[in-house]
Design a binder for this molecule. Sequence first.
Ligand SMILES: Cc1cc2nc3c(=O)[nH]c(=O)nc-3n(C[C@H](O)[C@H](O)[C@H](O)COP(=O)(O)OP(=O)(O)OC[C@H]3O[C@@H](n4cnc5c(N)ncnc54)[C@H](O)[C@@H]3O)c2cc1C
Length: 464
Amino acid sequence: MSVDAAALVALAAELPAGTVLGRDDDLSGYEKPWRGPAGRAAFVALPADLDQLRTVVRWAVRHRVPLVPQGANTGLVGASVPGPDAVAGVLSTARLIGPLDLHADDRAVTAAAGVLLSQVQAAAAPHGLELPIDLSSDPSVGGLVATNAGGCRVLRHGDVRHRLLGVQVVLADEDATVLGDLRPLRKKNDAPRLTDLAVGSAGLLGVVTAATLELAHRPVDRATALLLPAGPLPELATRLERGLGSALGALELVSGTALRLTVQHLDGVPDPFPGQSPERVLLVETEGEDAASILLNVLGDLEDLVADAVVLPPARAWGLRHGVSEALALAGPVLGLDVSVPRATLEAVRTECADVVRRRVPGAVLADFGHVGDGGLHLNVVLPPDTDPLAVDKLRTDVYRLVGRHGGSFSAEHGLGPANVGWWLGHEPAAARATLAAVKRVLDPYGLLGTEALRAAMTQEATP
Ligand SMILES: Cc1cc2nc3c(=O)[nH]c(=O)nc-3n(C[C@H](O)[C@H](O)[C@H](O)COP(=O)(O)OP(=O)(O)OC[C@H]3O[C@@H](n4cnc5c(N)ncnc54)[C@H](O)[C@@H]3O)c2cc1C
């Protein structure tokens, strides 16, 4: 059903000029996700405070207009934009940027949903604090919560769920009910925390309007090295963990192909192992006092498992690691597969995945990388231009199947979206899907929140 034009004009009239953009405005920035096909929005609403946001939600409920919450639009599974039919509006939090309150004594920050991760870091830094969520993107606080983002420091500091002390959510009911508690309390067991449901909810259960997140003291020092492993990854990871203890900050993988493409496509990223063409490189980071000497000592004990190592300034090592996604996008169309597996299966999964890629799409290259310290792998594939979408679908299915066979998850940290909801529909136990659908009916009684493919999945019967 299309959105009633007169009703939209009435909404725009209730709000400050420029809050509601219509189809005559340029909506393209809100319709194209970072990866995947563009959608078509009926309109875009850009509320600047809680009252304005509730006005939009009440209006949408009154007129039964679906809304897709959108933060910084850096999500990688297509969930932040509407489907192709212009039947839903985008509810953007780009202007929802106040408050940003730093609670230095409680090592926490309360920020509105539209505040960017970089802005949280800038506010925390003068207090010697940081949010230890480190991504190669600059997402919004609301997006971080709604995707339960992970990133490079999960091994040491956990994902967003672990750092979330409080959240405020607006429900899509007649009153646009506000739920939640933003106090910076680490302990509060007076009831089940209903708003924890917002974590990883992909915009389906409520609109996150603000969150309180636990910060960490910025380490006095950080040191990084790139290693050429000479033995199995799981054994190396375990030995690094034992040797480095709480000094271990991150343990990341860059496959040889990802390394080659990154050096080739990005300026200012030199090859750390010229002439060696490694099959894989590990980035290891230590943090805290004596970070560099602790790292060097432990590397000295790992000669049986490490063929070569270079110690680099953190900015250079991370420049390479964080540059991978951008470089792959420059190399060609990318199929991004964000999986996690038990660490013991990392080697087998990488090998089997390379076989599947070769078989399914000749000419495609597996350029995997990711957070191997926590079992996370981005099994990204650079595809030849004009690859048959059917072949891509089959490749995705084969990879998810092999990951499942090894006890892994088809979505490690990017969440649920049109890109992977088909697998979820076919493999999530029917009871779990029915329970989630029931929760959605309570929190979003008219089924208005989230992108079309996800809303449809919530109401679909289990496929045999
Ligand atoms: C180069 C690159 C590297 C990345 N690396 C990582 C990584 O290492 N780890 C990782 O976890 N992710 C990574 N991501 C993915 C992405 O940055 C995260 O998923 C991020 O948390 C999305 O936040 P956003 O503000 O951009 O949300 P959006 O993309 O705008 O939205 C994502 C989802 O959250 C929902 N949503 C957004 N805001 C709200 C809100 N206020 N209320 C309710 N729902 C909302 C949307 O409806 C959608 O379902 C990367 C992305 C890029 C482009």
